[in-house]
Design a protein around this ligand. Sequence first.
Ligand SMILES: [Zn+2]
Length: 319
Amino acid sequence: MTTLLAYPNVSEGRDPEVIARIGAAFGPGLLDVHSDPDHHRSAYTLAGAPGELAGAVLSGAAAAVDLIAIDPHAGVVHDTPNMTGWNEVPAARMLSERVGCPVVICHDAAAAGYAELKAGAGRGARHLLFITVSTGIGGALFIGGDLYDGATGSAGEVGHTPITDEGPACGQGHPGCLEGIASGTAIAARAHAELAAGAASSLRGMDLASIDARAITTAANEGDELSLRLFNDAGHALGRAIGGFINVLAPDAIVIGGGLINAGDLLLAPARHAVTQIAFAIPASRCRIVTAALGTDAGLIGAVAWAVRSFSGRPVAEL
Ligand SMILES: [Zn+2]
């Protein structure tokens, strides 16, 4: 797979710096795509769209950023807890002025999910739920092949599904939500707490700052019981949530992405088992639960596909 544009890191910084980084990546990047025949082909392969869409991509860009509250139609970021200073930022207009073409914005999970729907593990699904399990847990819902973002542009926040009354709070302060139990951050925090309480583990003796989800994955694969238990609990919570989503939505596919899928069956085996405890048999049997196919490029690919969708006036699948 060819990476066409540098994917700007938008997880830090105040809005003018981030806008500048995104704009710098988009401006010359889009021109390169359209001046190089090989890149033409790569672009459309990645976006899952045919070559006739050159004009659509050239005349519009989509930016996928890590946002909680946005108005995708007005192009305004209302608020995000993860980036300092992003309050009521007219991101689409700012980017448009910088890159010289119309810009739409969308949630990064929506962009990644759209990429998986059009060109990745969710290809062919009509109704798809995308879940990204990483430092946090996000998601996006696609109904009838298109994004469902609700009345406020914020739908799809599957990470904040309630699991227990007594679980730890997530980064947004919700007690017992999925993200507070099954995210990489949550798994690491629980390891730290259990080690502090005296639990036996091969993690003991490691520098506390280096005990993250990746280190716990390695320890679990080497048979460390604490690490195995943490992944089992996280996978169980994820599976209970997924079972509930299947009951409500009856999707064709649930695609799970994010860094924690590198843990493989450590996370997914208990999740699949828990799904069977919650979900009705028929919708569960007709919903494929698969891991994402496009890796860290999914957000970028989805942003290109989202620009095509937004500026061509027709869904990619119809072109
Ligand atoms: Zn939460």
